[in-house]
Write a protein that binds this ligand. Sequence first.
Ligand code: N1C
Length: 302
Amino acid sequence: MVRESSSHWRQKCRCLLLGLIITLILGAVAVFVAVVFVHKRDSPSELPQWKGRGSTANLKEIMLGRCFNYARIRNPNLRIDCLKIWETFKNAFISKNPCNITEQDYQPLMELTTYPIPCNKTLLWSKTNELAHQYTKVQGNLLTLEDMLPGYMADKLIWCGIPSRPEINYQSCPQWHECANNSYRTFWKTASKRFAEAACGVVHVMLNGSISQAFENSSIFASLEVHHLNPKKVHLMKIWVIHNIGGEPSDSCSGSSIKKLKSIIEGKNITFSCEDDPRAVQFLQCVRNPEEPVCRVCRTEQ
Ligand code: N1C
């Protein structure tokens, strides 16, 4: 009787031990599979490979910093919630195919960040990014999209998401021309359209006369901004065509691309004027090229 119960007890122990061993093995296998899966998920080779560089490192920190700088220092009267703006910005592109971002995706952000711009202050530009911003900084009376909150926060940054994964892709993003509806191209299209729609009074435009077509069809200025100016609000467009100092001009106010722009603008019942190399802009260029003959004309010999 005693022997029987001890053998029964031993058998029970064996079963328990076997159960424990099986549980341990299964646990180890589960941990192994999970580790392999997580590793695979995070491995860069598994991410979609786009031709452009990945999202700007520290995107969140940069955008939040710019937002707080804008709200606390540049424009202290502005009542905005930067964290909410960041979340709304992120929701426009996160977990989505970066070639399939629509203007609708950015509408909530635009609603949160768009403020009226005073009349006569709008400066549009195409292929003159650096000079246009140097000019507004020094002259102080005109504003570009980069002076408004959405443009200020996004200036010179790259961003895109990963389909079905709530992460930012820091490995690669579509290039500007890789697909028309990529995350940052759609952003600039949406913001530029709204910026043009909001313009009133006189609108200034800085174009580049050192490229073959100063008014170039595929640019955001030609394809969007021009068509979204409201003739009920804008009465004059002042074009400045700028040429590299010391270089050969390729296009000018009398060139065919500007003539085309003139006919579009006049067709909208907006008055049009055009000036090649206004002096105020040329002075700025002369800071970098003081020895060029065109920069010497005002100098009196002593
Ligand atoms: O295509 P573009 O010029 O004609 O676009 C310029 C036009 C400006 O008037 C702005 O209002 O569109 C707006 N805009 C920006 O403000 C902007 N900031 C930075 C458009 N693009 C902008 N970028 C970047 O410049 C953008 O990421 C892309 O690479 C260029 C487009 O500028 P462009 O071809 O010189």
